[in-house]
Write a protein that binds this ligand. Sequence first.
Ligand SMILES: NC(=O)c1ccc[n+]([C@@H]2O[C@H](COP(=O)([O-])OP(=O)(O)OC[C@H]3O[C@@H](n4cnc5c(N)ncnc54)[C@H](O)[C@@H]3O)[C@@H](O)[C@H]2O)c1
Length: 353
Amino acid sequence: MILVTGGAGFIGANFVLDWFRHSDEAILNVDKLTYAGNLGTLKSLQGNSKHVFARVDICDRAALDALFAEHRPRAIVHFAAESHVDRSIHGPVDFVQTNVIGTFVLLEAARQHWSSLNDADKAAFRFLHVSTDEVFGSLSAADPQFSETTPYAPNSPYSASKAGSDHLVRAWHHTYGMPTLTTNCSNNYGPYQFPEKLIPLMIANALAGKPLPVYGDGQNVRDWLYVGDHCAAICEVLARGKVGETYNVGGWNEKKNIEVVHTLCDLLDELRPKATGSYRDQIAYVKDRPGHDRRYAIDARKLERELGWKPAETFETGLAKTVGWYLGNQAWVDEVASGDYRNWVETNYAQRA
Ligand SMILES: NC(=O)c1ccc[n+]([C@@H]2O[C@H](COP(=O)([O-])OP(=O)(O)OC[C@H]3O[C@@H](n4cnc5c(N)ncnc54)[C@H](O)[C@@H]3O)[C@@H](O)[C@H]2O)c1
């Protein structure tokens, strides 16, 4: 089996769901279930014995050792992290704890397990670390996109903690020979994203008749990738990536935040028209995030050249799918927003105690 951390979060859960569409290999899903973890997303896997869930903090070495000893995974895909930049500005401690210390503890538990394997299993073992393009800092409009050799220059507590984890993974390969891989991906969007992030927040606020808060002048640029394309890239890197390497993952979709919000409003005007006016009327510019990076953009040519990966979705097709998903899954959004999914978890686990 493979071990996935953070598999109840946005990208991790999409990865787990996608995995079982093309593989019958089991997954041990290790997630602490913070506010961002939602087992409700994985309801369709209830009763599937190939999906084993363990509510464990990656900072808990003893619990990790017990899981490795019991399940002996052949690979790890490490998603678990604190992931929201705004939260990292208000409270960086959890970011250092999970992203830096947690990754360190996981690496050490993985190294102990890896050292116990026979030579063939040792060579085949993989530790794939899922990271972000934010570690490279901010680009100006004229700069070339981030490549795998762009120097690290993280600007937020979130990106600094992810950069720290990337360096640990790199060192565990160079020092101990652990077969690691790292992916640095641009902004993801798609189903099951917690409604604190730009796209689901705008959809939720638009439908609720609330203001659509756009930071600063709305001109910050992000390079958007549909989550299913990110999951497909991770599968390619896991299967065929060169050990010790890093791969940039991006959608070739640079968009200003205000363009994203306009496109969302136009899609909603078409699919769920208001009685009067346009959703664009709800746009409200608000005070910018401190230290807000101006532009991120990914050069994903290495991944295409070496592993043949290319995104399947354009921004237009991916966004249309996403808006359609949110319109059809209001119950999921309501559950997350009301915290009902937490009750579901308590009920679920009380029954198993
Ligand atoms: N969302 C993006 O646009 C994006 C882009 C590039 C890279 N990434 C990276 O991808 C990964 C997943 O991002 P996401 O958007 O799905 O995040 P998310 O916040 O939606 O999910 C994170 C998951 O990790 C779990 N978790 C947090 N702390 C934990 C701990 N100490 N132990 C065990 N589990 C813990 C949470 O419960 C949650 O299920 C992160 O490493 C993030 O840095 C995200």
